[in-house]
Design a protein around this ligand. Structure first.
Ligand code: G3H
Ligand code: 13P
Ligand code: ZN
Length: 316
């Protein structure tokens, strides 16, 4: 069942975080639903601009509608990840998305508010919720590389004003993570001090953590052993998700780790079966591995086992 993030965040606030997973194709869709049902977790499906144009914007909608029928017990939001204003408006008008992210974080403070406000007005008129971003993460986003020098952390002093003036429903904050497989040049450090300050200014307000893949070293080593060349890849310690959740983070975005699972499965498969040219055997292996990966992530997030409680909340 497709829901907005409102009820999901209400259920999760202060206790656990909902996993927000990017999808691009059929195999990720099936693995994601399977993993969330196996671990009894509510979840958020994220679709980026790049994912919308990978085949056709209607293709992922059809896949998700089919998955919703195949897994009727699933509860999830359909969310546009890192939208610009035009893409947000298109998703709002589509009648399919239950949540959009307007990412005007590269604009100055007032312009970010102005753009976010326009998207909020259009979205709320159709019962859709809006995530906005204040501060800027480093790393790769929609093929744009944001250097560490250009990245900046969210200023807790302005967060409240931003939320009040923009009317957004949740806020993505920059607290030291970055997008992609190469996070943290030194030792990893999430800025819980800043997160805690933001929560004090915005008690009860849902916060979002982007760039939260863990880049498991075992995964990286297996990829490299099967011919990959990922050097110095590093991610967020997943054992810190619960602490972030206690400080108001209700949504944690994970994309890169899923890509690593895909890469590992396919590299190992073709190394072990050089004679193979059928796409289905590695596809099947990937769906099973992705489902397992999602269920494990939901354990770290604390969303595993929460599906029944969310159903109760929805049904009132
Ligand atoms: O933050 C970006 C997400 O990982 C989506 O990546 O724009 O390459 O689909 P993408
Ligand atoms: P990762 O690159 O850490 O998976 O972050 C994904 C993300 O923030 C999507 O919006
Ligand atoms: Zn992101």
């Amino acid at each position: 069942m497709i829901v907005t993030t409102e009820k999901l965040f209400e259920a999760a606030y202060g206790k656990y975080a909902i996993g927000a997973y990017n999808i691009n194709n059929l195999e990720q869709t099936m693995g994601l639903f399977r993993g969330c049902i196996d671990s009894k977790a509510p979840f958020i499906i994220q679709i980026s601009k790049g994912a919308r144009s990978y085949t056709h914007k209607n293709m992922l909608e059809a896949l998700i509608r089919a998955a919703d029928e195949i897994f009727p017990e699933a509860v999830f939001a359909v969310h546009l990840d890192h939208g610009d204003e035009a893409t947000c408006m298109d998703c709002i008008q589509s009648g399919f998305y239950s949540s959009v992210m307007i990412d005007a974080s590269h604009e100055d403070f007032d312009k970010n508010i102005e753009i976010t406000r326009r998207v909020v007005e259009a979205a709320h008129a159709r019962g859709i919720v809006v995530e906005a971003e204040l501060g800027q993460l480093g790393g790769v986003e929609e093929h744009v590389q944001v250097s560490e020098a250009d990245a900046h952390l969210t200023d807790p002093e302005t967060a409240k004003e931003f939320v009040e003036r923009s009317g957004c429903d949740s806020l993505a904050v920059a607290i030291g993570t970055s997008h992609g497989a190469y996070k943290f040049s030194g030792s990893q450090a999430l800025r819980f001090d800043i997160l805690s300050e933001i929560q004090k200014k915005l008690p009860g307000f849902p916060l979002v953590m982007h760039g939260s893949s863990s880049v498991p070293q075992e995964e990286v080593e297996r990829i490299n052993a099967a011919g990959g060349q990922l050097k110095g890849a590093k991610g967020v310690d997943a054992t810190q998700f619960r602490r972030a959740a206690e400080l108001g983070v209700t949504k944690i975005n994970i994309d890169t780790d899923g890509r690593l699972v895909w890469t590992r499965v396919h590299r190992e498969f073709f190394k072990e079966h050089p004679e193979n040219f059928d796409l289905r055997p590695p596809g099947k292996e990937f769906m099973a591995a992705y489902a397992k990966f999602i269920a494990e992530k939901n354990d770290y997030l604390g969303s595993a086992g929460e599906l029944d409680a969310v159903w109760k909340l929805i049904k009132g």
